[in-house]
Design a protein around this ligand. Structure first.
Ligand code: BES
Ligand code: MN
Ligand code: ZN
Length: 494
Protein backbone atom coordinates (compact mmCIF):
# COMPACT_ATOMS: atom_id res chain seq x y z
CA UNK A 1 0.00 0.00 0.00
CA UNK A 2 1.20 3.49 -0.83
CA UNK A 3 0.35 6.35 1.52
CA UNK A 4 0.29 10.00 0.54
CA UNK A 5 -0.36 13.33 2.17
CA UNK A 6 -2.25 15.63 -0.13
CA UNK A 7 -4.57 18.44 0.75
CA UNK A 8 -7.44 17.73 -1.61
CA UNK A 9 -10.45 19.84 -2.49
CA UNK A 10 -13.48 17.76 -1.72
CA UNK A 11 -15.30 18.90 -4.84
CA UNK A 12 -12.52 17.67 -7.16
CA UNK A 13 -12.59 14.08 -6.00
CA UNK A 14 -13.45 11.63 -8.75
CA UNK A 15 -12.35 8.44 -7.04
CA UNK A 16 -13.36 7.57 -3.48
CA UNK A 17 -13.67 9.57 -0.32
CA UNK A 18 -13.86 8.60 3.35
CA UNK A 19 -15.64 10.96 5.72
CA UNK A 20 -16.43 10.75 9.40
CA UNK A 21 -19.87 11.20 10.93
CA UNK A 22 -20.19 11.95 14.63
CA UNK A 23 -22.86 10.46 16.81
CA UNK A 24 -25.90 12.61 17.64
CA UNK A 25 -26.08 14.01 14.16
CA UNK A 26 -23.04 16.23 14.39
CA UNK A 27 -21.20 16.65 11.08
CA UNK A 28 -17.45 16.72 10.61
CA UNK A 29 -16.55 19.60 8.26
CA UNK A 30 -16.15 17.24 5.30
CA UNK A 31 -19.49 15.54 6.04
CA UNK A 32 -21.11 18.94 6.24
CA UNK A 33 -19.82 19.96 2.82
CA UNK A 34 -20.95 16.73 1.21
CA UNK A 35 -24.35 17.08 2.81
CA UNK A 36 -24.67 20.56 1.36
CA UNK A 37 -23.61 19.55 -2.14
CA UNK A 38 -25.94 16.58 -2.18
CA UNK A 39 -28.92 18.61 -0.95
CA UNK A 40 -29.12 16.98 2.46
CA UNK A 41 -28.50 13.39 1.42
CA UNK A 42 -26.72 12.61 4.69
CA UNK A 43 -29.30 14.50 6.73
CA UNK A 44 -31.99 12.34 5.20
CA UNK A 45 -30.13 9.17 6.05
CA UNK A 46 -29.76 10.31 9.62
CA UNK A 47 -33.41 11.27 9.87
CA UNK A 48 -34.53 7.92 8.53
CA UNK A 49 -32.27 6.27 11.11
CA UNK A 50 -30.12 4.59 8.47
CA UNK A 51 -26.94 6.10 9.87
CA UNK A 52 -26.29 7.09 13.45
CA UNK A 53 -22.59 7.92 13.59
CA UNK A 54 -21.92 5.10 16.03
CA UNK A 55 -18.52 3.43 15.97
CA UNK A 56 -18.62 0.30 13.84
CA UNK A 57 -20.87 1.83 11.21
CA UNK A 58 -19.48 2.10 7.67
CA UNK A 59 -21.72 2.87 4.72
CA UNK A 60 -20.79 2.87 1.05
CA UNK A 61 -22.78 5.49 -0.87
CA UNK A 62 -22.64 5.67 -4.65
CA UNK A 63 -23.95 8.22 -7.13
CA UNK A 64 -24.63 10.91 -4.60
CA UNK A 65 -26.65 13.74 -6.20
CA UNK A 66 -24.39 16.49 -7.60
CA UNK A 67 -21.24 14.85 -6.38
CA UNK A 68 -18.46 13.51 -8.59
CA UNK A 69 -16.85 10.94 -6.27
CA UNK A 70 -17.40 7.34 -7.27
CA UNK A 71 -17.90 6.17 -3.70
CA UNK A 72 -18.44 7.96 -0.43
CA UNK A 73 -17.53 5.89 2.62
CA UNK A 74 -19.45 7.33 5.57
CA UNK A 75 -17.86 6.20 8.80
CA UNK A 76 -19.38 6.42 12.28
CA UNK A 77 -16.78 7.98 14.56
CA UNK A 78 -18.64 8.18 17.85
CA UNK A 79 -18.94 11.20 20.12
CA UNK A 80 -16.95 14.28 19.21
CA UNK A 81 -14.08 14.95 21.61
CA UNK A 82 -14.44 11.57 23.31
CA UNK A 83 -12.71 9.23 20.89
CA UNK A 84 -9.81 7.35 22.46
CA UNK A 85 -6.92 5.52 20.80
CA UNK A 86 -8.52 2.10 20.94
CA UNK A 87 -11.75 3.38 19.43
CA UNK A 88 -9.89 5.24 16.70
CA UNK A 89 -8.01 2.08 15.70
CA UNK A 90 -11.33 0.22 15.69
CA UNK A 91 -12.79 2.89 13.38
CA UNK A 92 -9.86 2.52 10.97
CA UNK A 93 -10.08 -1.27 11.09
CA UNK A 94 -13.81 -1.26 10.33
CA UNK A 95 -13.33 1.27 7.55
CA UNK A 96 -10.51 -0.53 5.80
CA UNK A 97 -12.43 -3.79 5.88
CA UNK A 98 -15.32 -2.23 3.96
CA UNK A 99 -13.01 -0.36 1.57
CA UNK A 100 -11.24 -3.62 0.77
CA UNK A 101 -14.55 -5.30 -0.04
CA UNK A 102 -15.14 -2.83 -2.89
CA UNK A 103 -13.24 -2.27 -6.11
CA UNK A 104 -11.86 1.07 -4.90
CA UNK A 105 -8.22 1.48 -5.93
CA UNK A 106 -7.62 4.87 -4.40
CA UNK A 107 -9.24 6.45 -1.36
CA UNK A 108 -8.93 9.97 -0.06
CA UNK A 109 -9.49 9.99 3.65
CA UNK A 110 -10.77 12.91 5.69
CA UNK A 111 -10.50 10.91 8.91
CA UNK A 112 -7.30 12.82 9.62
CA UNK A 113 -9.68 15.60 10.76
CA UNK A 114 -11.10 13.38 13.48
CA UNK A 115 -9.74 14.36 16.85
CA UNK A 116 -8.44 11.60 19.11
CA UNK A 117 -8.49 12.58 22.79
CA UNK A 118 -5.10 14.04 23.82
CA UNK A 119 -3.54 13.23 20.44
CA UNK A 120 -2.47 15.34 17.50
CA UNK A 121 -2.48 14.83 13.72
CA UNK A 122 0.82 12.94 13.89
CA UNK A 123 -0.73 10.16 15.99
CA UNK A 124 -3.93 10.12 13.96
CA UNK A 125 -1.87 9.23 10.90
CA UNK A 126 0.52 6.90 12.71
CA UNK A 127 -2.30 4.84 14.16
CA UNK A 128 -4.09 4.83 10.80
CA UNK A 129 -1.13 3.52 8.81
CA UNK A 130 -0.13 0.97 11.46
CA UNK A 131 -3.71 -0.33 11.71
CA UNK A 132 -4.11 -0.59 7.95
CA UNK A 133 -0.79 -2.42 7.57
CA UNK A 134 -1.76 -4.85 10.34
CA UNK A 135 -5.00 -5.61 8.50
CA UNK A 136 -2.99 -6.92 5.57
CA UNK A 137 -0.87 -9.33 7.61
CA UNK A 138 -1.20 -13.02 6.85
CA UNK A 139 1.12 -15.90 7.66
CA UNK A 140 0.44 -18.48 4.99
CA UNK A 141 3.88 -19.79 4.16
CA UNK A 142 2.83 -23.28 5.19
CA UNK A 143 -0.69 -23.40 3.74
CA UNK A 144 -0.99 -25.18 0.42
CA UNK A 145 -4.08 -23.15 -0.43
CA UNK A 146 -3.56 -19.44 0.22
CA UNK A 147 -6.50 -17.27 1.15
CA UNK A 148 -7.22 -14.91 -1.70
CA UNK A 149 -6.41 -11.31 -0.88
CA UNK A 150 -8.16 -9.90 -3.89
CA UNK A 151 -7.88 -6.27 -2.85
CA UNK A 152 -8.04 -3.51 -5.44
CA UNK A 153 -6.88 -0.79 -3.06
CA UNK A 154 -3.30 0.44 -3.66
CA UNK A 155 -3.31 4.12 -2.68
CA UNK A 156 -4.39 5.69 0.56
CA UNK A 157 -4.36 9.48 0.61
CA UNK A 158 -4.63 11.51 3.81
CA UNK A 159 -6.29 14.78 2.96
CA UNK A 160 -4.13 17.07 5.04
CA UNK A 161 -0.78 18.74 4.72
CA UNK A 162 2.56 19.23 6.32
CA UNK A 163 5.87 17.74 7.30
CA UNK A 164 4.44 16.16 10.46
CA UNK A 165 1.93 14.10 8.50
CA UNK A 166 4.63 12.90 6.14
CA UNK A 167 6.85 11.96 9.05
CA UNK A 168 4.01 10.05 10.69
CA UNK A 169 3.67 7.94 7.54
CA UNK A 170 7.39 7.23 7.51
CA UNK A 171 7.52 6.28 11.17
CA UNK A 172 4.39 4.16 10.95
CA UNK A 173 5.61 2.34 7.84
CA UNK A 174 8.91 1.49 9.53
CA UNK A 175 7.16 0.29 12.69
CA UNK A 176 4.78 -1.80 10.59
CA UNK A 177 7.70 -3.30 8.68
CA UNK A 178 9.43 -4.18 11.96
CA UNK A 179 6.24 -5.71 13.32
CA UNK A 180 5.80 -7.78 10.17
CA UNK A 181 9.38 -9.10 10.27
CA UNK A 182 9.01 -9.94 13.96
CA UNK A 183 5.72 -11.77 13.37
CA UNK A 184 7.09 -13.72 10.42
CA UNK A 185 10.01 -15.21 12.35
CA UNK A 186 7.98 -15.71 15.52
CA UNK A 187 5.16 -17.54 13.72
CA UNK A 188 7.61 -19.77 11.88
CA UNK A 189 7.51 -23.37 13.23
CA UNK A 190 10.38 -24.56 15.41
CA UNK A 191 11.51 -27.28 13.01
CA UNK A 192 12.30 -24.51 10.52
CA UNK A 193 12.98 -21.58 12.81
CA UNK A 194 15.83 -23.06 14.84
CA UNK A 195 18.85 -21.16 16.22
CA UNK A 196 20.62 -21.40 12.84
CA UNK A 197 17.59 -19.93 11.07
CA UNK A 198 17.51 -16.98 13.47
CA UNK A 199 21.20 -16.36 12.79
CA UNK A 200 20.57 -16.52 9.04
CA UNK A 201 17.87 -13.85 9.32
CA UNK A 202 20.34 -11.69 11.27
CA UNK A 203 22.97 -12.14 8.56
CA UNK A 204 20.51 -11.46 5.75
CA UNK A 205 19.65 -8.14 7.39
CA UNK A 206 23.25 -7.02 6.90
CA UNK A 207 22.96 -7.66 3.17
CA UNK A 208 19.88 -5.41 3.02
CA UNK A 209 21.42 -2.44 4.85
CA UNK A 210 24.85 -0.84 4.51
CA UNK A 211 24.57 0.43 8.06
CA UNK A 212 24.49 -3.08 9.52
CA UNK A 213 27.18 -5.64 10.17
CA UNK A 214 26.26 -9.04 11.60
CA UNK A 215 28.51 -11.47 13.46
CA UNK A 216 27.38 -14.88 14.66
CA UNK A 217 28.98 -16.86 17.48
CA UNK A 218 28.52 -20.65 17.63
CA UNK A 219 29.04 -23.02 20.54
CA UNK A 220 32.83 -23.16 20.05
CA UNK A 221 33.05 -19.38 20.53
CA UNK A 222 30.58 -19.41 23.42
CA UNK A 223 32.73 -22.07 25.11
CA UNK A 224 35.89 -19.99 24.64
CA UNK A 225 34.05 -17.09 26.26
CA UNK A 226 33.03 -19.35 29.17
CA UNK A 227 29.33 -18.72 28.58
CA UNK A 228 28.56 -21.93 30.45
CA UNK A 229 25.04 -21.10 31.62
CA UNK A 230 23.95 -20.36 28.04
CA UNK A 231 25.65 -23.53 26.80
CA UNK A 232 24.09 -25.69 29.52
CA UNK A 233 20.61 -24.81 28.26
CA UNK A 234 21.58 -25.73 24.72
CA UNK A 235 23.23 -28.98 25.75
CA UNK A 236 20.16 -31.18 25.22
CA UNK A 237 19.60 -30.06 21.64
CA UNK A 238 21.31 -31.23 18.46
CA UNK A 239 20.75 -27.72 17.12
CA UNK A 240 23.78 -25.62 17.99
CA UNK A 241 23.26 -22.40 19.96
CA UNK A 242 23.83 -19.25 17.89
CA UNK A 243 24.41 -15.79 19.29
CA UNK A 244 23.83 -13.14 16.61
CA UNK A 245 25.23 -9.63 16.95
CA UNK A 246 23.55 -7.14 14.63
CA UNK A 247 25.55 -3.91 14.73
CA UNK A 248 23.84 -0.83 13.34
CA UNK A 249 26.09 2.22 13.27
CA UNK A 250 24.73 5.55 12.07
CA UNK A 251 25.45 7.99 14.90
CA UNK A 252 27.01 11.28 13.67
CA UNK A 253 29.72 10.51 16.21
CA UNK A 254 30.91 7.04 15.22
CA UNK A 255 32.37 6.54 18.70
CA UNK A 256 29.08 7.22 20.45
CA UNK A 257 28.24 4.45 22.93
CA UNK A 258 25.71 2.00 21.51
CA UNK A 259 22.25 1.19 22.77
CA UNK A 260 22.13 -2.59 23.15
CA UNK A 261 18.96 -4.66 22.74
CA UNK A 262 19.14 -8.28 23.85
CA UNK A 263 16.43 -10.75 22.79
CA UNK A 264 15.74 -14.15 24.34
CA UNK A 265 15.77 -16.52 21.37
CA UNK A 266 14.57 -19.92 22.60
CA UNK A 267 13.34 -21.28 19.28
CA UNK A 268 11.68 -23.99 21.33
CA UNK A 269 11.35 -24.40 25.08
CA UNK A 270 10.14 -27.86 26.12
CA UNK A 271 11.33 -27.13 29.65
CA UNK A 272 14.21 -29.60 29.45
CA UNK A 273 14.36 -32.33 32.14
CA UNK A 274 11.81 -30.23 34.11
CA UNK A 275 9.52 -30.97 31.19
CA UNK A 276 6.49 -28.78 30.54
CA UNK A 277 2.98 -30.26 30.36
CA UNK A 278 1.87 -31.27 26.85
CA UNK A 279 -1.01 -28.84 26.69
CA UNK A 280 -0.19 -25.80 24.57
CA UNK A 281 3.47 -26.79 24.46
CA UNK A 282 3.42 -25.85 20.77
CA UNK A 283 3.22 -22.23 21.91
CA UNK A 284 6.76 -22.47 23.17
CA UNK A 285 7.89 -21.89 19.59
CA UNK A 286 7.20 -18.25 20.53
CA UNK A 287 9.85 -18.38 23.21
CA UNK A 288 12.05 -16.53 20.74
CA UNK A 289 9.61 -13.59 20.72
CA UNK A 290 12.22 -11.37 22.36
CA UNK A 291 14.78 -12.12 19.65
CA UNK A 292 12.08 -11.73 16.99
CA UNK A 293 11.19 -8.27 18.27
CA UNK A 294 14.82 -7.17 18.45
CA UNK A 295 15.23 -8.38 14.87
CA UNK A 296 12.09 -6.44 13.89
CA UNK A 297 13.36 -3.29 15.59
CA UNK A 298 16.70 -3.52 13.74
CA UNK A 299 14.78 -3.72 10.45
CA UNK A 300 12.72 -0.68 11.39
CA UNK A 301 15.62 1.57 12.42
CA UNK A 302 17.58 0.61 9.31
CA UNK A 303 14.55 1.70 7.31
CA UNK A 304 14.36 5.00 9.22
CA UNK A 305 18.14 5.48 9.20
CA UNK A 306 17.97 6.78 12.76
CA UNK A 307 21.14 8.66 13.75
CA UNK A 308 22.09 6.23 16.53
CA UNK A 309 24.41 3.32 17.23
CA UNK A 310 22.33 0.29 18.15
CA UNK A 311 23.41 -3.32 18.64
CA UNK A 312 20.73 -5.99 18.45
CA UNK A 313 21.64 -9.30 20.03
CA UNK A 314 19.68 -12.49 19.35
CA UNK A 315 20.44 -15.19 21.92
CA UNK A 316 19.32 -18.27 20.00
CA UNK A 317 19.13 -21.78 21.39
CA UNK A 318 16.75 -24.62 22.20
CA UNK A 319 15.73 -26.19 25.54
CA UNK A 320 15.00 -29.93 25.23
CA UNK A 321 15.13 -33.02 27.41
CA UNK A 322 17.86 -35.45 26.34
CA UNK A 323 20.39 -37.93 27.70
CA UNK A 324 22.91 -35.13 27.46
CA UNK A 325 20.62 -32.37 28.78
CA UNK A 326 21.49 -30.27 31.85
CA UNK A 327 19.78 -31.37 35.05
CA UNK A 328 18.16 -29.95 38.16
CA UNK A 329 20.98 -29.86 40.70
CA UNK A 330 23.68 -28.90 38.20
CA UNK A 331 25.85 -25.96 39.25
CA UNK A 332 26.94 -23.72 36.40
CA UNK A 333 29.72 -21.16 36.40
CA UNK A 334 28.52 -18.15 34.44
CA UNK A 335 30.69 -15.96 32.23
CA UNK A 336 30.66 -13.37 34.99
CA UNK A 337 32.04 -15.92 37.46
CA UNK A 338 28.91 -16.17 39.63
CA UNK A 339 27.80 -19.78 40.16
CA UNK A 340 24.18 -20.82 39.66
CA UNK A 341 22.42 -23.88 41.02
CA UNK A 342 19.82 -25.14 38.56
CA UNK A 343 16.69 -25.99 40.49
CA UNK A 344 14.42 -26.06 37.46
CA UNK A 345 15.65 -26.52 33.91
CA UNK A 346 12.53 -24.71 32.69
CA UNK A 347 13.88 -21.44 34.11
CA UNK A 348 16.30 -21.42 31.19
CA UNK A 349 15.74 -17.94 29.76
CA UNK A 350 17.56 -16.22 32.60
CA UNK A 351 20.52 -18.60 32.12
CA UNK A 352 20.83 -17.76 28.45
CA UNK A 353 20.36 -14.06 29.17
CA UNK A 354 22.73 -13.75 32.13
CA UNK A 355 25.73 -14.77 30.03
CA UNK A 356 24.56 -12.63 27.10
CA UNK A 357 24.19 -9.64 29.44
CA UNK A 358 27.78 -10.21 30.58
CA UNK A 359 28.97 -10.60 27.00
CA UNK A 360 27.55 -7.20 25.94
CA UNK A 361 29.67 -5.40 28.57
CA UNK A 362 32.37 -5.35 25.89
CA UNK A 363 30.37 -2.87 23.81
CA UNK A 364 30.56 -0.31 26.64
CA UNK A 365 26.81 0.30 26.19
CA UNK A 366 24.98 3.57 26.74
CA UNK A 367 22.17 1.36 28.04
CA UNK A 368 20.94 -2.21 27.67
CA UNK A 369 17.36 -3.42 27.31
CA UNK A 370 16.63 -7.14 27.30
CA UNK A 371 13.37 -8.44 25.87
CA UNK A 372 12.18 -11.89 26.85
CA UNK A 373 9.19 -14.22 27.10
CA UNK A 374 10.60 -14.92 30.52
CA UNK A 375 7.89 -15.95 32.96
CA UNK A 376 4.38 -17.34 33.12
CA UNK A 377 4.15 -15.36 36.36
CA UNK A 378 4.26 -12.13 34.37
CA UNK A 379 1.19 -13.26 32.44
CA UNK A 380 -0.57 -14.01 35.73
CA UNK A 381 0.34 -10.55 37.04
CA UNK A 382 -0.37 -8.37 33.99
CA UNK A 383 -2.34 -10.48 31.55
CA UNK A 384 -1.95 -10.02 27.82
CA UNK A 385 -2.19 -6.22 27.83
CA UNK A 386 0.96 -4.92 29.51
CA UNK A 387 4.52 -6.11 29.17
CA UNK A 388 6.35 -6.28 32.49
CA UNK A 389 9.05 -3.65 32.91
CA UNK A 390 11.86 -3.95 35.43
CA UNK A 391 14.75 -1.55 35.68
CA UNK A 392 17.59 -0.42 37.91
CA UNK A 393 17.42 3.04 36.32
CA UNK A 394 14.44 5.32 36.94
CA UNK A 395 15.17 7.60 34.02
CA UNK A 396 15.40 4.71 31.57
CA UNK A 397 12.23 3.17 33.01
CA UNK A 398 10.42 6.50 32.53
CA UNK A 399 11.57 6.78 28.93
CA UNK A 400 10.28 3.27 28.22
CA UNK A 401 6.99 3.96 29.99
CA UNK A 402 6.61 7.08 27.88
CA UNK A 403 7.24 5.22 24.62
CA UNK A 404 4.79 2.55 25.75
CA UNK A 405 2.08 5.10 26.45
CA UNK A 406 2.71 6.98 23.19
CA UNK A 407 2.41 3.88 21.03
CA UNK A 408 -0.23 2.14 23.23
CA UNK A 409 2.17 -0.83 23.22
CA UNK A 410 1.70 -0.87 26.96
CA UNK A 411 4.18 -1.74 29.70
CA UNK A 412 3.86 -1.67 33.47
CA UNK A 413 6.78 -1.30 35.84
CA UNK A 414 7.26 -3.92 38.54
CA UNK A 415 9.28 -3.24 41.68
CA UNK A 416 12.81 -4.48 42.13
CA UNK A 417 14.25 -4.36 45.63
CA UNK A 418 16.76 -6.39 47.58
CA UNK A 419 14.14 -8.54 49.36
CA UNK A 420 13.58 -10.36 46.09
CA UNK A 421 17.26 -11.31 45.94
CA UNK A 422 16.79 -13.28 49.16
CA UNK A 423 14.44 -15.61 47.34
CA UNK A 424 17.30 -16.52 45.01
CA UNK A 425 19.62 -17.86 47.71
CA UNK A 426 21.11 -21.31 47.16
CA UNK A 427 22.66 -23.66 49.70
CA UNK A 428 25.33 -24.70 47.25
CA UNK A 429 26.01 -21.86 44.81
CA UNK A 430 25.96 -18.05 44.61
CA UNK A 431 22.45 -18.02 43.16
CA UNK A 432 19.56 -20.38 42.52
CA UNK A 433 17.88 -20.12 39.12
CA UNK A 434 14.37 -19.92 40.61
CA UNK A 435 12.95 -17.84 43.43
CA UNK A 436 9.97 -19.86 44.59
CA UNK A 437 6.28 -19.43 44.03
CA UNK A 438 5.71 -15.77 44.74
CA UNK A 439 6.60 -12.80 42.57
CA UNK A 440 8.02 -14.99 39.82
CA UNK A 441 8.28 -12.24 37.22
CA UNK A 442 10.19 -10.08 39.67
CA UNK A 443 12.57 -12.75 40.97
CA UNK A 444 13.42 -13.54 37.33
CA UNK A 445 14.26 -9.87 36.80
CA UNK A 446 16.13 -9.80 40.11
CA UNK A 447 18.20 -12.77 38.93
CA UNK A 448 19.17 -10.88 35.76
CA UNK A 449 20.02 -7.71 37.67
CA UNK A 450 23.01 -9.53 39.19
CA UNK A 451 24.61 -9.41 35.75
CA UNK A 452 23.92 -5.79 34.79
CA UNK A 453 25.97 -3.65 37.18
CA UNK A 454 28.19 -2.30 34.40
CA UNK A 455 25.50 -0.27 32.61
CA UNK A 456 22.01 1.26 32.72
CA UNK A 457 19.59 -1.61 32.29
CA UNK A 458 15.93 -2.41 31.75
CA UNK A 459 14.10 -5.67 31.20
CA UNK A 460 10.83 -6.26 29.33
CA UNK A 461 8.97 -9.49 30.09
CA UNK A 462 6.76 -10.07 27.06
CA UNK A 463 5.46 -13.55 27.93
CA UNK A 464 1.88 -12.23 27.89
CA UNK A 465 2.15 -9.72 25.06
CA UNK A 466 4.24 -11.35 22.33
CA UNK A 467 1.51 -13.60 21.04
CA UNK A 468 -2.24 -14.16 21.11
CA UNK A 469 -3.86 -17.41 22.14
CA UNK A 470 -7.12 -18.92 20.93
CA UNK A 471 -8.80 -18.42 17.58
CA UNK A 472 -6.46 -15.60 16.59
CA UNK A 473 -3.39 -17.49 17.72
CA UNK A 474 -0.23 -15.87 16.45
CA UNK A 475 2.59 -13.45 17.08
CA UNK A 476 1.69 -9.82 17.82
CA UNK A 477 4.99 -8.18 16.92
CA UNK A 478 5.08 -6.55 20.35
CA UNK A 479 7.05 -4.77 21.72
CA UNK A 480 8.43 -3.54 18.39
CA UNK A 481 6.28 -0.35 18.44
CA UNK A 482 7.38 0.49 21.98
CA UNK A 483 11.07 -0.04 21.25
CA UNK A 484 11.12 1.76 17.92
CA UNK A 485 9.39 4.72 19.57
CA UNK A 486 11.93 4.65 22.39
CA UNK A 487 14.71 4.84 19.78
CA UNK A 488 12.96 7.60 17.78
CA UNK A 489 12.75 9.59 21.04
CA UNK A 490 16.39 8.86 21.85
CA UNK A 491 17.43 10.12 18.41
CA UNK A 492 15.36 13.28 18.95
CA UNK A 493 16.87 13.98 22.36
CA UNK A 494 20.45 13.30 21.28
N1 BES B 1 9.35 -19.49 28.33
C1 BES B 1 8.87 -19.70 29.65
C2 BES B 1 7.95 -18.58 30.13
C3 BES B 1 6.58 -18.53 29.53
C4 BES B 1 5.55 -19.26 30.08
C5 BES B 1 6.31 -17.71 28.46
C6 BES B 1 4.28 -19.18 29.55
C7 BES B 1 5.05 -17.64 27.95
C8 BES B 1 4.02 -18.38 28.48
C9 BES B 1 10.04 -19.77 30.61
O1 BES B 1 11.20 -20.32 30.10
C10 BES B 1 9.60 -20.63 31.75
O2 BES B 1 9.36 -21.78 31.52
N2 BES B 1 9.49 -20.05 32.92
C11 BES B 1 9.05 -20.75 34.06
C12 BES B 1 9.89 -20.32 35.23
C13 BES B 1 9.69 -21.13 36.46
C14 BES B 1 10.21 -22.54 36.24
C15 BES B 1 10.38 -20.46 37.60
C16 BES B 1 7.58 -20.40 34.29
O3 BES B 1 7.19 -19.25 34.08
O4 BES B 1 6.82 -21.30 34.64
MN1 MN C 1 11.23 -22.41 30.27
ZN1 ZN D 1 11.49 -20.16 28.11
Amino acid sequence: MKYYVKSTALLDIKSNIIIGLYENGEFSSSAKKIDEISQGYLTNLIQSGEITGKIGEVLVLRHLPNYSAERVFVVGVGKKGEINEKQFKQIIQDTIKVVKSTKAQEVISYLSDIEIKNRDLYWNIRFSVETIETSFYQFEQFKSKKKEQDVALTQFVFSTQGEVAQQAIEHASAVALGVKFAKDVANCPPNICNPMYLAEQAKALATRSDLIKTTVLGEKELAELKMNAYLAVSQGSVNEAQLSLIEYRNHPNPNAKPIVLVGKGLTFDAGGISLKPAEAMDEMKYDMGGAASVYGVMNAIAELKLPLNVIGVLAGCENLPDGNAYRPGDILTTMKGLTVEVLNTDAEGRLVLCDTLTYVERFDPELVIDVATLTGACVVALGAHNSGLISTDDELAKALEQAAAETTDKAWRLPLSEEYQEQLKSNFADLANIGGRWGGAITAGAFLSNFTDKYRWAHLDIAGTAWLQGANKGATGRPVPLLVQFLINQAKNA
